[in-house]
Design a protein. Structure first.
Length: 317
């Protein structure tokens, strides 16, 4: 079956370790895939105001899943495709818990990131580069009263940016006990909260339904717990060498039989660089004429360099 769509996480997957830039090598690989007729999807926990600068670096990407699948955007037409609503009552319950455990959190709403003014001085995360935090801070919308400012609007996701370490586990426990939320993480120390049933899987599934693409024709890349649903749903799923351990223990049997050591990760996160001798699956896939674009030029034997043209995707199903 030809690959018709590739969904890729950003932080820890597509982006360099600065969390801001896409390497030229990755851009070229994605352009190569696009030229073969493959739909490219940036699948991120970020909302649009934080993802826009990445999308500008990858003009071949056609779609973006925002806020862990809570919304989707057509990057070429510049319009929102859909949004999964976060029930207002559940959002108020969440705010109560976050205040109780002294969390520093952003609220993603209609493509923007909102932060209460009282939290500005605590907006930091030791695991992230200072330059990246400055960029995030510059894109925040500061409000005095979050609940009053967002009343009646569509909430996408809440991102706990940091919090006192002693409250991390108690907050996770409290969130899970409510049964109201999807709780995940993309970087060390953060907690990402969506409404129940909404994650990258839900967003990718809906986008693919609109494009008339089956999971058998979807490839996905990710590294963190907020990617798990997407990786489970797509037929061709790959975790990064730097993936969270939870990927390996909870999702290992769902991934294609590729050893973790088969990924050669460099500082620029060359996620398409695979050691063929350690990956018989990839050899099989290419020899079977399955489209697989993520290799650097010259990294494949000449007998494996021919790639099948994918079929044209029709939206009328």
């Amino acid at each position: 079956m030809p690959i018709q769509l590739i969904a890729m996480d950003l932080d820890g997957t597509l982006l360099r370790s600065d969390h801001m830039t896409v390497s030229e090598r990755n851009r070229n690989a994605l352009q190569h895939a696009s030229e073969k007729g493959v739909h490219l999807v940036l699948a991120s926990g970020r909302t649009w105001v934080q993802l826009e600068s990445v999308a500008q670096q990858v003009p071949s990407a056609q779609y973006a899943l925002l806020s862990n699948g809570a919304a989707a955007r057509d990057l070429h037409q510049g319009k929102r495709l859909f949004t999964f609503d976060f029930p207002w009552g559940d959002f108020q319950t969440l705010l109560s818990l976050l205040h109780r455990y002294e969390a520093v959190f952003e609220t993603y709403c209609a493509g923007h990131s909102y932060l209460e003014r009282r939290l500005i001085g605590r907006f930091h995360n030791e695991s992230l580069p200072a330059a990246f935090i400055e960029r995030l801070a510059a894109r925040l919308t500061i409000v005095d009263d979050l609940e009053a400012s967002l009343a009646g609007q569509t909430i996408e996701k809440v991102n706990v940016f940091s919090m006192p370490k002693q409250y991390y586990t108690p907050l996770l426990t409290a969130l899970n006990q409510t049964g109201l939320f999807e709780v995940s993480s993309a970087i060390i120390g953060n907690i990402e909260i969506n409404t129940r049933g909404v994650d990258k899987r839900a967003g990718l599934k809906r986008l693919c339904a609109e494009l008339c693409i089956e999971p058998e024709n979807v490839m996905a890349f990710g590294d963190a717990t907020n990617d798990l649903g997407m990786l489970r749903w797509a037929k061709w799923s790959f975790a990064m060498e730097n993936a969270h351990e939870r990927h390996e223990t909870r999702h290992g049997t769902k991934l294609h039989p590729m050893k973790r050591t088969a990924w050669r990760r460099r500082s620029s996160v060359m996620f398409y660089k695979i050691v063929l001798r350690e990956s018989p699956f990839v050899k099989m896939a290419i020899l079977s004429r399955v489209f697989y674009p993520f290799f650097s030029a010259g990294s494949l034997p000449k007998t494996l360099t021919k790639i099948q043209q994918t079929t044209t995707i029709k939206k009328d199903c």
